[in-house]
Design a binder for this molecule. Structure first.
Ligand code: ARG
Length: 578
């Protein structure tokens, strides 16, 4: 079911070709929403300039060649040469009636798209930045898959580095099955801090830790086994968070830094052999044009430290080579903090120089902005303690519980208990998604869980309310057959506005896939929910006469389907009642 903009674009292109020659069959008629009609085509203005003709005369020629029979009322020319189009209500109704379960979302020709997101670090607490890349990345992955693409989730966890010597020794000291070891699952920062305290205060421990690093890097089997134990404990911690969040990441998506260990020496050799990397102060570095720091000094990308160790940059060179060469990626997304832009650009430019990244592959840094506390500084819990992500999620659920208790005291205790996590987690996720992913925002739990405003709970509530309309009519929206017995008949302006908004869904989802902007979908769903409210206020549904009732129920059903699908693409739960 192509969207109105699509249908109009085609019709206008046909008219342009008819009036000005086949060369215009692909021209952009510049269809935009209009204040005075539903849409306007602005093509005449640029075209007139090009042809040296009067724009209104050009617009007239377009209109003369334009066939909108069955779609719209006769077009009108306004202003300097806009062509205004008001769609026919019958056509709008028929389009919504014709919705299949894609709801106007096209299936695109499939691209292979590795998506690098979440990427927390072993033996460290996930912070709100990790939360945001996890939530935004997951919404993108769901949307791209729904559009038909082959998405490869890549959870680039930080699972390698010199601190593992100290962590392994500490694990051995406390015992693998001890409560202290369990801190890795429940409070990883506490485990890390305990290991670090030993490292700082006990020279004997520090010596052991250092020789452990050497063993780990040398591939000593026993040491590798302990390293695996640590990683497994961290996986349990990550998975607790992922389960609570309801994101699609699983162990199968883990592609941590250690995955690339065997390739790092080769990467360095190849770059050195190609003359791209050179030794500077004992380290192997890449110097690229255009990257200069203070006083014009070139900024190096260090790929092998002077002690022979490889770092974050070398690993990321390996990821890009693997994603292009082995996965045959068409498009690669890195859903990572804004602050890593320089790092990524240097890695990509190095990979381009080496021929590992070619122009036919699109690489995108989906920049993630910061989540701040009310003082616009680092976010802390309400009690002022440094933030533990699990505590934050629990706080959201209990705040949501209070909201649900107040709004629906009539619901069973067990029902309210089940709704609270859906609302609380939905609120947190929606807050991350509804702001442009690269802007900072202030974390404000009370605002996030509010049932009014552009919030997750407001949308959940809108969908639940439509469900309750069906419930009170004794109907199941999924059983209601849309077309046959309930043709959509649009008479009221609020019905028309709602139906027209429903027809935009496909274009919005395509936009999110192209521009990687989940907040556009949030904004669309928010507006749709408001339009539904206006419709519901102005047009009785269950009390309407038979024909209008059937038609309005069909409109309710389509709205519910779009809200459900939209929330699902965002990864937000849909409580059955609220
Ligand atoms: N683990 C890193 C961090 O916590 C993020 C990794 C992002 N992915 C990548 N390919 N560099 O900051």
């Amino acid at each position: 079911m192509p969207s109105p903009v699509h249908v109009l674009t085609e019709r206008f292109q046909a008219a342009l070709a008819k009036a000005f020659g086949d060369g215009y069959a692909d021209a952009d008629p510049v269809i935009r929403p209009s204040q005075f009609a539903d849409f306007q085509a602005n093509a005449a203005l640029a075209l007139a300039k090009r042809l040296g003709e009067n724009p209104r005369a050009v617009a007239q020629k377009i209109v003369d060649a334009l066939d909108l029979t069955g779609i719209a009322e006769p077009p009108e020319i306004s202003g300097p040469g806009f062509v205004n189009v008001r769609l026919s209500s019958a056509w709008i109704g028929a389009q919504v009636d014709g919705f299949d379960d894609r709801l106007g979302v096209p299936l695109q020709s499939p691209l292979t798209i590795p998506v690098d997101y979440s990427a927390p670090n072993v033996a460290k607490e996930m912070h709100v930045g990790h939360l945001r890349t996890t939530v935004v990345g997951d919404a993108l992955v769901r949307t791209l898959e729904h559009l038909g693409h082959h998405v490869i989730r890549q959870n680039h966890v930080g699972d390698w580095g010199t601190m593992f010597g100290m962590l392994i020794e500490h694990l051995l000291d406390v015992g693998e099955d001890s409560p202290d070891a369990q801190l890795m699952v429940t409070d990883p920062n506490a485990f890390y801090a305990a290991a670090n305290a030993e490292f700082q205060s006990d020279p004997e421990f520090a010596t052991r830790a250092r020789s452990r690093v050497v063993k780990l890097q040398g591939g000593d089997e026993d040491t590798l086994r302990h390293w695996h134990e640590l990683v497994d404990l961290s996986k349990q911690y990550f998975n607790r968070i992922y389960d609570t969040l309801g994101v699609t990441l699983t162990d199968a998506d883990l592609a941590g830094e250690s995955t690339y260990n065997d390739e790092l020496a080769g990467i360095c050799d190849e770059l050195e052999a190609q003359g791209i990397a050179t030794i500077s102060d004992g380290a192997l570095c890449v110097f690229l044009d255009g990257y200069t720091g203070r006083e014009g000094k070139p900024v190096p990308l260090i790929i092998r430290k002077s002690d022979g160790g490889y770092g974050y940059a070398t690993t990321d060179l390996a990821t890009i080579r693997r994603r292009v060469r082995d996965m045959k990626a068409d498009r690669i997304l890195y859903v990572i903090g804004v602050t890593q832009a320089l790092h990524l650009n240097m890695v990509w430019d190095t990979a381009r120089k080496a021929g590992w990244l070619t122009d036919d592959v699109e690489v995108v840094h989906v920049q993630i902005g910061s989540v701040l506390g009310e003082d616009r500084k680092l976010l802390r819990t309400r009690s002022g303690k440094p933030l533990k992500l699990m505590d934050l999620l629990e706080e959201a659920v209990s705040t949501a519980r209070a909201v649900v208790d107040e709004a629906r005291p009539d619901l069973d205790e067990s029902v309210r208990a089940a709704i609270a996590p859906q609302v609380g987690i939905g609120a947190i996720k929606y807050a991350d998604l509804s702001v442009a992913h690269d802007s900072d925002y202030v974390f404000d739990l009370d605002r996030m869980v509010s049932l009014t405003g552009n919030t997750g709970p407001y949308l959940q509530y809108a969908a639940a309310r439509i469900r309750s309309i069906f419930r009170s009519a004794g109907l199941d929206p999924d059983q209601l057959s849309g077309q046959a017995d309930a043709p959509l008949v649009i008479t009221e302006p609020a019905e028309r506005a709602l139906a027209l908004a429903l027809l935009d869904f496909g274009d919005v989802v395509v936009h999110v896939g192209d521009q990687l902007e989940p907040h556009r979908l949030c904004g669309y769903l928010f507006e749709l929910a408001q339009q539904f409210s206006a419709f519901y206020e102005q047009c009785p549904v269950l009390k309407a006469d038979t024909e209008a009732r059937a038609s309005r129920l069909a409109l309710c059903k389509a709205t519910l389907a779009v809200l459900d699908q939209g929330l699902d693409l965002l990864g937000i739960a849909r409580p059955q009642q609220m």
